[in-house]
Design a protein around this ligand. Structure first.
Ligand code: MF3
Ligand code: CO
Length: 277
């Protein structure tokens, strides 16, 4: 097993000193994972990746998002894990499936049939032996428009540029700054109503990971922290409206398509490691 966090005690001492200096926001000690916790999150992440690979192997035109829900539940449970979304804050299904103008938190349904040209985000979150992991991918059903292809591609680039900013003693604002700068340069808008989050010992922990921000601001990034980066990109307007019918499904206000990609990432002594590959 990779010994990523062997220096936790030293790190904690260092953080106490940095807190005294009061020059920036320093994460709580509890956000610096122990080696045991990291090992658990790595195992959880492997199952989470397996779920997404399984979905990738089966997703196609003609299936429903309820089918995806069944696949996610079956794969997860047959690997001794639990689907984190189920009954989380009352969420009724095991995975979020967000088609076209749904930004996030789409609820799987037998009525939602995938057809050629749709773009869909499948957002999978796994609990294994108490440890949480969280990742999502976009899938394009058959052939789609160049517009949608480009949105999906640039959104993935935004996740990657955000990841490239993750380094020990960097700052959270650098991640958001890099993501939003790229999005804007390509003519898109970052959704502001949702953010990434600390993850591992619980589904949603501190810090909140904004997908916009200023360089050299925000929480310090410290080896042993684990969080998600999960940018959502809209084509023209960043505005989002949550369905009054189900209380979950978030649509773009302008009804144009939206895309999202997500990974769970660990800050290491010399950079980062994606735990959901
Ligand atoms: N995977 C989503 C996230 O990134 C979870 C949404 S909460 C749910 O936080 F209840 F809808 F699953
Ligand atoms: Co998440």
């Amino acid at each position: 097993m990779n010994q990523i966090n062997f220096n936790r005690d030293k790190t904690i001492e260092k953080l106490a000193k940095l807190r005294e200096m009061q020059v920036c926001d320093v994460p709580k000690d509890s956000l610096i994972k122990t080696q045991q916790q990291i090992d658990g999150i790595i195992e959880s992440g492997k199952i989470n990746t397996g779920v997404l690979d399984y979905v990738a192997s089966k997703i196609k035109a003609g299936i429903t998002t309820a089918d995806i829900d069944d696949w996610v539940k079956d794969y997860t449970e047959s690997h001794g894990a639990i689907c984190a979304p189920y009954q989380y804050g009352g969420f009724p299904k095991h995975v979020c499936t967000s088609i076209d103008d749904v930004v996030c938190h789409g609820i799987p349904s037998k009525k939602a049939v995938l057809t050629e040209g749709m773009i869909i985000n499948v957002d999978v979150s796994t609990i294994y032996k108490g440890y949480y992991s969280d990742a999502s991918r976009m899938f394009i059903i058959g052939n789609t428009t160049d517009e949608k292809k480009r949105l999906v591609d640039v959104c993935k680039q935004c996740l990657n540029v955000g990841l490239s900013q993750v380094k020990p003693y960097g700052r959270l604002g650098d991640i958001g700054y890099a993501i939003e700068s790229l999005a804007i340069s390509k003519g898109y808008k970052v959704v502001r109503d949702y953010c990434g989050h600390g993850v591992g010992n619980a589904f949603h922990e501190d810090p909140m990971v904004m997908h916009y921000g200023k360089k050299n601001t925000g929480c310090l990034l410290v080896p042993g922290m684990v969080f998600t980066i999960e940018p959502m990109l809209n084509m023209k307007k960043s505005g989002v409206k949550v369905s009054a019918v189900d209380g979950w499904t978030a649509y773009t206000k302008d009804k144009l398509p939206s895309a999202q990609w997500e990974h769970t990432v660990l800050v290491t002594e010399d950079g980062y490691e994606i735990l959901t590959y």
